[in-house]
Design a protein around this ligand. Structure first.
Ligand code: COA
Length: 159
C-alpha cells in the first residue's frame, strides 16, 4: 500500500523547522502533501497563495512532495487525498498537549489515519513563524531561520 502523508499547517511563513520535517517525511513516505490551512484563531500575514508559492520554492527538489491548500476539517481532507498518515512537528514539551489532543480527535474522526510526529533539528527547535515575522518587522536577519529561497519574499512584505 502507498504511504501517503499530509503535513498540514498555517506555514505563515514556512521556516527551516518546517523544512526539516518535510525532508524527513519525504525520505520515509511515498508521497507527502504539504497543505496550507487558515487557522481561524490566527490573523495571517501572507495569503494562502503566497504561502503555497513559498512552500513550492523550498520543496522543489523533493520529487515526492507536493503543495496544496485545504479548507475545513483536516480529517475530511486526509480522506479525500486517500492519505494514511498525518505529519506534525514537535518542537518542545509545550507543543505536546495541543498536538496530543488533535491527534486523538483526528484518530477518533478518521481511524484510518495515523498521526506521526517529527522532531526538527535541535538548532531549529525554538523557531516559530511569529518570531520570524517579528525579526523581519524590525529589519533583523532572518536567514538563519528560513530557507534562503524565501528570505526576500518575507522581507519584502515588511518594507
Ligand atoms: N518548525 C518551526 N515552527 C513550527 C514547526 C516546526 N517544525 N512546527 C510548528 N511550528 C510553529 C509554526 O510556525 C506556528 O507558529 P506561529 O504560532 O508563530 O504561527 C506554530 O508552530 C503552530 O503552527 P501550525 O503547525 O501551523 O499549527 P496551527 O496550530 O496553526 O494549525 C492545524 C494546526 C492546521 C493542523 C489545525 O489547525 C487543523 O487541523 N485545522 C483544520 C481544522 C480541523 O480539522 N480542526 C480540528 C483539529 S483536531
Amino acid at each position: 500500500m502507498m504511504k501517503i502523508a499530509v503535513y498540514p499547517g498555517s506555514f505563515d511563513p514556512p521556516t527551516l523547522g518546517h523544512l526539516d520535517v518535510i525532508k524527513k517525511a519525504s525520505s520515509i513516505f511515498d508521497r507527502v502533501i504539504v497543505s496550507v490551512v487558515e487557522n481561524p484563531n490566527k490573523k495571517a500575514t501572507f495569503s494562502k497563495k503566497e504561502r503555497v508559492r513559498m512552500l513550492k520554492k523550498i520543496t522543489k527538489r523533493f520529487k515526492n512532495v507536493e503543495v496544496d491548500i485545504f479548507k475545513g476539517l483536516l480529517v475530511n481532507y486526509v480522506k479525500k487525498k486517500r492519505a494514511n498518515f498525518i505529519i506534525r512537528g514537535l518542537r518542545a514539551v509545550s507543543d505536546f498537549e495541543y498536538e496530543f489532543q488533535m491527534a486523538l480527535i483526528n484518530k477518533k474522526l478518521n481511524p484510518q489515519a495515523e498521526t506521526v510526529w517529527f522532531l526538527p533539528f535541535i538548532e531549529h527547535i525554538y523557531i516559530s513563524s511569529s518570531i520570524v515575522k517579528e525579526i523581519a518587522k524590525y529589519k533583523g536577519n532572518i536567514s538563519c531561520f528560513v530557507p534562503e529561497e524565501i528570505v526576500e519574499d518575507i522581507m519584502r512584505r515588511f518594507k
